[in-house]
Structure formats: structure tokens, C-alpha cells
Write a protein that binds this ligand. Structure first.
Ligand code: ATP
Length: 302
């Protein structure tokens, strides 16, 4: 993509990940100067502000918007970008960076900012869970429970997340559910039901190793409660081997309805969404224009 002379709005969430470092703005500006791009940096003032900034960017003359934050910020920018039909880029600053890792976006601010100008626009799939937009991975059950608890904590980061997950694992039980995938309905029990557009939650935890953001399919992984001694399950998740696990049942779908016998916690792209008993999930094929590094596109792994 020839970005010379283009106007770019960077939407920065200072509260994403482990916090803001002042050099972030400098790295963004340096990359833009190097590539002869006119840039504006705006900081989000509250949850939801990024949606508004992205939505109004086009009418203010910007050619594309860039989310600087974690999956929550990316999700908000995408909501605005979808409404305004403006392409968006990503500079990962979250704690997990699931979508950024899947898209092969560099994890340092300087490299990610430079890679924006050696990228192409990909029309990626998105989906909705009870009308909430999801770009990456959403889940019902134990991952939703953890997202709800973790969302209320002020001290975040990978260590806090792992500690909370281990503490809550023993008490959380499998739940009964009825799943309708396209036109097939079956009853099951699950500990987690993950709906994936990209392959991973973040930190390379691949819950749906075969997922692609442009295959016009959702990847559904039903996970059983894994006995605590089966540490090989965690190893498989981080090495992309869950497809062979006897604890996982994987499906591909365009639309999904899940009904549970009691209210179950869920999350959308890691953001806590409370509890519900019915989940209507719909694919939006090729809906979002996202800047993806040319290096990733050349590999053909998306
Ligand atoms: N100015 C702000 N004050 C407080 N919260 C904000 C502000 N701007 C954005 N937010 C909220 O911060 C939340 C977390 O952001 P984000 O998901 O980007 O970071 P993260 O949770 O650390 O990363 P990841 O999702 O990759 O783990 C989002 O829900 C967003 O709405």
C-alpha cells in the first residue's frame, strides 16, 4: 500500500497492557515522519471513546485509523471503523495480543508502527455474539468466568491472569448445553466453548489452531474439564496441538446458537460480558478492512 501523504489517526489506550510509556508517541511519530505520513495521536478518555474516534475519523479526512492497545481497544476501534467503512491498523499494546500475534504484527511499538507502511489491506471476517462484535476469540464458560473476574482487577498482566486461572480452576464445573451449528443440533457438556476467528486467545495460547481470519468460517472448540495432572494439555495448547486432544471437540460453522441450562459467564475478545443462557453467534464474512504486514501475507498463513 502506498501510504505517502496519507492522513492517519492513532487511537491510543494508555490503560492497555502493563501501562503507558511516554516513548510510545515518539516511536509512532518517527515511523510516520520516515514514511511521509501525516499523523494525529488521540488518547482515549474512557471505555467506548475509541469507537467514537474511529467512527468520525473518515469525515475528518483521515485515510485510516490505528488502534494502539490490546484486544479490547482493537475491538472498539473496529466497531467505529466498520460503521465508517475506514481501514484500520494495529499497534499491539495489550497483555495477550491474540489478534496481533495471529496477524503477524510485530509486538514492539517501533516495529509495529513501521510495519503499517509495509502492509496491505485484508478484508477479514468478524462475528457477533448476542450482537456484540468479536474479531478474535470469544468464549462461554470458564474463560468467560475468568474474564469477568479479571476485568474487575486493577493489577493485570500475565502473572495475575495465570494465578487467577489456577485458583478458580478447581471450583468451576462443566455445564450442560445445547449447540446448534448451522442446521445440526446436539446436546453436550463443556467446561469452555470457544468461538474463534483467529487461532489464539493471546500469548500464543491456540484454542483453534486451524482457524483463519479469512476462511469465512467460525471455529468452535468445545473443551472438557481437563484433569489437573494432564499438563500436556497446556503444552498442546501453546504448541498448536489441540486439534488432536481427546478433551476437545472442534467444529466449523457460519452460525451458531448455544443454549445453557443455567446462566453462564462469557467474554467477547477478552472483555467481560456477564452471564447469559442463550448465545446467538453470526459470522460477518470479509467485513473489516485491516492492515496486515506484507511479510505475513506472503507466508499465506492467515
Ligand atoms: N481512558 C480509559 N480509561 C479507562 N479504561 C479505558 C480507557 N480507554 C479504554 N479503556 C478500556 O480499557 C479496556 C482494556 O483495554 P485493552 O483490552 O486494549 O487492554 P488489555 O485488556 O490490557 O489487553 P488484552 O485484551 O490484549 O489482554 C477496554 O475495555 C477499554 O474500553
Amino acid at each position: 500500500m502506498n501510504s505517502e501523504g496519507k492522513k492517519v489517526l492513532f487511537i491510543v489506550n494508555k490503560y492497555a497492557g502493563t501501562g503507558y510509556q511516554p516513548q510510545v508517541e515518539g516511536r509512532i511519530v518517527d515511523a510516520c515522519v520516515k514514511n511521509n505520513v501525516e499523523c494525529t495521536v488521540e488518547f482515549t478518555q474512557a471505555p467506548g471513546h475509541a469507537i467514537e474516534l474511529a467512527e468520525t475519523a473518515k469525515q475528518q479526512g483521515f485515510d485510516f485509523v490505528v488502534a494502539v492497545g490490546g484486544d479490547g481497544t482493537i475491538n472498539e476501534v473496529a466497531r467505529g471503523a466498520l460503521k465508517a467503512s475506514i481501514p484500520m491498523g494495529i499497534i499491539p499494546r495489550g497483555s495477550g495480543n491474540g489478534l496481533s500475534r495471529h496477524l503477524g504484527i510485530p509486538l514492539t511499538v517501533g516495529q509495529a508502527a513501521l510495519s503499517l507502511f509495509d502492509s496491505s489491506i485484508l478484508k477479514m471476517d468478524t462475528f457477533t455474539v448476542n450482537d456484540k462484535l468479536s474479531l478474535n476469540v470469544s468464549g462461554i464458560g470458564f474463560d468467560g468466568h475468568i474474564a469477568n473476574l479479571f476485568g474487575g482487577k486493577t493489577k493485570r498482566g500475565l502473572t495475575g491472569y495465570v494465578k487467577l486461572t489456577v485458583e478458580e480452576f478447581f471450583a468451576f464445573q462443566e455445564f450442560d448445553l445445547e449447540v446448534s451449528i448451522d442446521n445440526t443440533t446436539f446436546a453436550s457438556q463443556a467446561f469452555i466453548i470457544a468461538i474463534a476467528n483467529s487461532s489464539q486467545y493471546g500469548n500464543n495460547a491456540r484454542i483453534a489452531p486451524a482457524a483463519s481470519v479469512c476462511d469465512q468460517l467460525l471455529h468452535v472448540t468445545l473443551v472438557k474439564k481437563v484433569p489437573v495432572y494432564r499438563v500436556d494439555f497446556v503444552y498442546s495448547m501453546f504448541t498448536g496441538g489441540l486439534g488432536k486432544s481427546s478433551f476437545c471437540d472442534m467444529h466449523e460453522a457460519k452460525s451458531i446458537v448455544i443454549k445453557t441450562s443455567k446462566p453462564i459467564a462469557f467474554h467477547v475478545d477478552g472483555e467481560p460480558c456477564g452471564h447469559d443462557t442463550e448465545f446467538n453467534i453470526s459470522l460477518m464474512p470479509a467485513a473489516l478492512q485491516v492492515l496486515v504486514p506484507n511479510k505475513t501475507l506472503q507466508k499465506g498463513t492467515l
